[in-house]
Ligand binder design. Structure first.
Ligand SMILES: [Fe+2]
Length: 291
């Protein structure tokens, strides 16, 4: 009888190379969890915005801007109430909610029906985001009513002109560029009676449309969101951009056609609750008249 041969090769266990095992043993688990941790934090960006164009009466005017909260599975009611408390402690002159309150229009209605109660000395303004205009269409009026019931003035192809020490400043916004019915002509007309206009579209992608309009631009400052700063971004480039302009308007301050544009990274997340290279932000902007 032929003795059975032991196949020694088949008995070998696959193993991690010695050098790799040593390296992995030294790597702490935090890099794996860091994007989750980063998404759970919210940074308050305090900025002095100097410009000679700011009307004298608005020197020292304080604006809180926050966008893209995305209340829902990734942003709890408890976090929403904490957020409102944090905003209200800033005692801003105006609070601007930049849109994308939930994951769709049902979520946006629920957001305002919870009555988070954002407060400001003069007005709380609410912009319409693409998620807020997601179907069903009949939700639109319901959402506007829920916003008003919570003390928020919806700005949909609409605006408000504030008066202070003899100066007039307009805050105007149109409907969402992709999912709504934006009327830029109507929005621009609202700015005509003001000394200075802040344009508040949900997303920056609409800005090149305003550059095509005849005459000078109807606004002097833009505050917008939508991009989330890419959520996961490296060296100023997002892995996946929500803008047709790629990374052109990814995050932060931009200057185009003589106008300053702030693109906020926003508060919440969509898709996955992760952020890397794009910290969550809300902004406290103090306007300063540059002489
Ligand atoms: Fe958006």
């Amino acid at each position: 009888m032929q003795p059975r041969r032991l196949n020694r090769e088949s008995k070998k266990k696959p193993h991690t190379p010695f050098w790799l095992g040593k390296l992995l043993a030294k790597v702490p688990p935090w890099p794996v969890f860091y994007p989750l941790y980063e998404a759970s934090r919210l940074n308050l960006e305090e900025e002095l915005y100097w410009s000679p164009r700011i009307p004298a009466g608005f020197d020292g005017f304080r604006i809180v801007y926050l966008s893209d909260i995305h209340f829902g599975p990734l942003f709890s009611e408890e976090r929403l109430r904490d957020l409102a408390q944090r905003v209200n402690k800033l005692h801003a002159d105006v609070v601007i909610l930049g849109g994308d309150y939930g994951i769709d229009s049902d979520g946006a209605i629920e957001f305002f029906q919870l009555k988070p109660g954002f407060q400001a000395k003069t007005a709380v303004l609410g912009v319409m985001g693409n998620h807020d205009r997601m179907k069903p269409e009949e939700n639109f009026e319901k959402l506007l009513a829920a916003m008003r019931d919570d003390g928020v003035m919806p700005l949909v192809n609409d605006g408000v002109v504030l008066e202070r020490k003899g100066s007039r400043m307009a805050f105007v916004s149109c409907d969402d560029f992709y999912c709504g019915e934006p009327d830029l002509k109507k929005t621009a007309a609202l700015a005509k009676t003001a000394d200075y206009t802040v344009f508040l579209p949900h997303m920056p992608d609409i800005l090149p449309e305003t550059y095509k309009m005849p005459g000078p631009l109807f606004y002097q400052l833009v505050l917008c969101g939508h991009t989330h700063g890419g959520q996961v971004a490296f060296m100023g480039h997002a892995i996946k951009s929500s803008s047709i302009y790629g990374s052109r308007y990814l995050s932060g301050w931009h200057h185009e056609h003589g106008v300053d544009i702030l693109v906020s990274n926003g508060v919440g997340t969509s898709g996955l609750p992760v952020r890397l290279g794009a910290k969550a932000q809300m902004h406290l902007i103090t306007m300063k008249k540059e002489l």
